[in-house]
Design a protein. Structure first.
Length: 217
């Protein structure tokens, strides 16, 4: 058993990190105030100096997840920063798959400095604010959706059913030259990292090719 710490020595950051660790291990349904108290080694009632109820704790956890998902990596162009951001979103959610259960919370909009910087760079290059917002939101949602597809399409032993389906397609592809999908078109293996990189690059390059609106329109 962990030795309990004196009241007032546990920070809100430690409480939130402990709660996220519990969700990592036991999913959201395993999150209780008592479990968080055990994780940080503090009396359960002492945690209420940091939040008023479990719902507020969940809001704090959501805010911390957003902070970790959206760091500013200091790239000089919106294209490079957006690429880096989307790669980071995927990496974090693959490392912490149960955090995706918290992303649907309807909370007060949070300040995300890197979002504002990317939008400012897009607008500076001639995009309308509406187009910039749609493009940035679409890229972030696409990255999250890609991860959700990866996580959902796994068998009970953790193997990717996407990769298994690709292997089945490759094996069943007919050798006929005039087949709709000739054997040469089906890669020997299916690399989700490569597919994500291609999809992301195509998305960002496509956004960059959208023409700026004509003056006065």
């Amino acid at each position: 058993m962990r030795r309990q710490r004196p009241r007032g020595t546990i920070t809100q950051e430690a409480v939130v990190n402990a709660a996220l660790a519990i969700v990592d291990r036991d999913r959201v349904e395993g999150l209780t105030i008592r479990a968080v108290a055990r994780e940080v080694g503090a009396p359960p009632m002492s945690l209420y100096s940091h939040f008023v109820n479990k719902e507020q704790l969940l809001d704090l956890m959501y805010g911390e997840i957003v902070r970790r998902l959206y760091p500013d990596q200091g790239n000089a162009s919106w294209q490079s920063e957006l690429l880096a951001l989307c790669r980071h979103i995927r990496a974090v959610l693959l490392e912490h798959p149960h955090w995706t259960e918290l992303l649907a919370r309807g909370t007060t909009p949070l300040d995300v400095p890197v979002r504002e910087r990317i939008l400012a760079m897009m607008v500076a290059e001639g995009m309308t604010p509406e187009l910039a917002w749609t493009a940035l939101s679409g890229a972030a949602l696409s990255s999250t959706g890609f991860v959700l597809a990866e996580l959902t399409m796994r068998s009970q032993n953790g193997a990717s059913s996407i990769e298994q389906r690709h292997e089945a397609l490759r094996e069943r592809t007919q050798p006929a030259v005039d087949a709709p999908v000739p054997p040469a078109a089906v890669a020997p293996s299916f690399d989700l990292d490569a597919v994500f990189a291609f999809t992301l690059r195509a998305l960002v390059e496509g956004i960059a090719m959208i023409p700026a609106p004509a003056a006065g329109t």
